[in-house]
Design a protein around this ligand. Structure first.
Ligand SMILES: C[S@@+](CC[C@H](N)C(=O)[O-])C[C@H]1O[C@@H](n2cnc3c(N)ncnc32)[C@H](O)[C@@H]1O
Length: 308
């Protein structure tokens, strides 16, 4: 995921792109075959091509593009083992937690590893993500995914209850305690993990908690303010997309409805409705789409400042 190669090789995990809303993930094996409504594709006919290539089907006129895996495409194509975070929330989390190359980050729970992959790409190559998950099968699946995506060097998955006695301490990892720059919680009762977070953070570290319900937000924020966190704020990120394009419209000449005007300067066609003259024109249209992605959850951010 981090070192994009030029040529597609056997064993690569790639994204089969058949359109913006039609992508799937595939690990290439010499004897494998990919089947979709756009036809069948033998993996061996994909291996050896350049990333980004258009590949035609072995048995129809269909085609797909084969592109390299990225954290963004991973979030779209991964197998959901849990609810996951999507790119809009992920980008807000990474920016507000001030995560960068070299940061040390704690996350819980790991879930399907959607957020983990974006964090790992951001902290690499100098930083590290310590992610904690109490569901054993999800721990195993996440380790496998991170390895196949080439991220295992930057992520340590620990099988543990984030709210339990051991919390996020990994005494076997030298210098971890007190060095964590950012903590992210996606848990049913995040307030129960705040003391464990504090135990590994340093002065000025950031914490973020994601919760779908406002009652969870209230309990978390109260706990944060009791635990010497400052700058507590909660945001909900909603996207509003705009439709911006040239649109042809008909303009009636109401000032001179029955007069024959010279529209010769007009590149567009003149027309007449019921004796009223008019002409077609282009207008630059910008209006919000009526459909908007709905509520995912609230993101509560806070800075640990024990001496403030
Ligand atoms: C909603 S999922 C996280 C999804 C993840 N943020 C992603 O983007 O893929 C929540 C995860 O937290 C785990 N979990 C819940 N309570 C936990 C706890 N006390 N300790 C560790 N993991 C926990 C669940 O098993 C689940 O996998």
């Amino acid at each position: 995921m981090l070192n994009q190669k030029k040529t597609i090789q056997e064993g690569d995990r790639v994204v089969i792109y058949s359109g913006k809303d039609n992508m799937s993930m595939l690990t290439l094996e010499a004897g494998g075959q990919y089947n979709s409504k756009y036809g069948s594709y033998k993996h061996k006919n994909i291996i050896g091509k350049e990333y980004g290539s258009k590949v035609t089907s072995d048995n129809s006129n269909g085609f797909v593009h084969v592109v390299g895996m990225t954290p963004e495409l991973w979030s779209i194509t991964l197998d959901h083992r849990t609810q996951i975070l999507f790119n809009l929330d992920i980008s807000t989390i990474i920016f507000n937690l001030e995560i960068k190359n070299g940061s040390k980050v704690v996350e819980s729970g790991t879930g399907s590893g959607s957020l983990s992959s974006s964090i790992a790409r951001t902290v690499a190559p100098k930083g590290h993500l310590f992610t904690f998950e109490f569901h054993e099968e999800r721990v195993k699946a996440a380790r496998k995914d991170f390895k196949e995506n080439g991220l295992d060097k930057y992520i340590t998955v620990t099988h543990r209850d984030a709210c339990g006695k051991e919390g996020f301490r990994r005494d076997d990892i030298e210098g971890m305690v007190g060095s964590i720059d950012a903590v992210f919680l996606d848990l049913p009762s995040p307030w129960d993990a705040v003391d464990n977070a504090v135990a590994v953070m340093h002065h000025g570290s950031m914490l973020c908690s994601f919760s779908p319900c406002i009652e969870q937000v209230q309990k978390t924020c109260i706990k944060l303010s009791e635990s010497k966190f400052q700058e507590i704020k909660t945001v909900e990120v909603l996207i509003r997309t705009f439709d911006t394009r040239l649109q042809e419209y008909e303009e009636l000449d109401l000032a001179n409805p029955y007069k024959t005007n010279d529209y010769s300067q007009n590149t567009k066609k003149n027309f007449e409705i019921g004796g009223i003259k008019g002409y077609k024109n282009d207008s630059l249209l910008s209006k919000p789409f009526t459909e908007a992605r709905g509520h995912t959850g609230y993101l509560s951010f806070a800075r640990y400042l024990p001496s403030a």
